[in-house]
Design a protein. Structure first.
Length: 188
C-alpha cells in the first residue's frame, strides 16, 4: 500500500466510474494527486476555492451539471461524483483524449493556453507535470487490479487451459444427458 487511505473510497469510485464511463484507476490517480496522497475528504486547497478529495470547485461542478455547495463537496461521495462528472466533461470536450481532459480538469478548458490541448511550440500541455503525475498514480492503481475470474471460479492468468477434470466430466455428463433427452423426445 502506497497511501494509508487509498482504498477507503473504492466503492464510491467504482460506482462513479461506472456512471460516467471513466476508468476507476484514473479517478484514484486524480484523488491521489489532488489530495496530496492524504485521501482526506475535508482537504481544502487553492485558498479555499478547491474542496475535497478531487479538489472540486463549486462552479466547475455546476458547469458539469452537478451543482453543489462548498459544504456538500466535503462529503466524499458528493465530491467524487462531482469531480468525476467534471473530468468526464473535460475528456468529452477533448474528443476522448484522456490526457487533454486531465489537463483541462486541472487548468480549465483553455486550449489556446495549453490546458486541454498541447502547445504547438512544445508539443506538451502547459501543465504537463500534472498530467504525468496523475497518469503515474493511475498506473499504480491499474497495477492493483486483480485478474478477472473465469466461469470455472479460477483466476484467469492469461493462459488458455482446459477446465479442471471435475468440471470437464460435469460438462460431458450434462451434454450426454441433453442428447439423451433429445433422443427420447424424438422417439416418442
Amino acid at each position: 500500500m502506497r497511501w494509508a487511505h487509498e482504498h477507503d473510497f473504492d466503492a464510491i469510485v467504482n460506482a462513479a466510474a461506472s456512471d460516467y464511463a471513466i476508468e476507476p484507476a484514473l479517478i484514484l490517480g486524480v484523488i491521489a494527486h489532488e489530495s496530496a496522497g492524504t485521501f482526506n475528504p475535508a482537504i481544502v486547497g487553492d485558498d479555499g476555492a478547491s474542496i475535497g478529495l478531487m479538489q472540486v470547485q463549486p462552479q466547475a461542478a455546476a458547469d458539469a451539471g452537478y451543482p453543489v455547495t462548498v459544504e456538500q463537496l466535503k462529503d466524499a461521495e458528493t465530491n467524487i461524483y462531482a469531480g468525476t462528472a467534471y473530468l468526464a466533461k473535460q475528456i468529452d470536450r477533448a474528443n476522448g483524449d484522456v490526457n487533454a481532459g486531465l489537463s483541462a480538469y486541472n487548468g480549465g478548458w483553455r486550449p489556446s493556453l495549453g490546458f486541454g490541448a498541447v502547445l504547438p511550440a512544445t508539443g506538451k500541455f502547459k501543465n504537463q507535470a500534472y498530467v504525468d503525475s496523475v497518469q503515474s498514480k493511475a498506473d499504480y492503481f491499474r497495477a492493483q487490479v486483480p485478474p478477472p475470474v473465469t466461469d470455472t471460479g479460477s483466476v484467469d492468468d492469461g493462459t488458455d487451459q482446459a477446465p479442471p477434470p471435475a468440471h470437464l466430466a460435469l460438462l460431458i455428463l450434462t451434454g450426454a444427458g441433453i442428447l439423451g433427452l433429445v433422443a427420447w423426445l424424438a422417439l416418442r
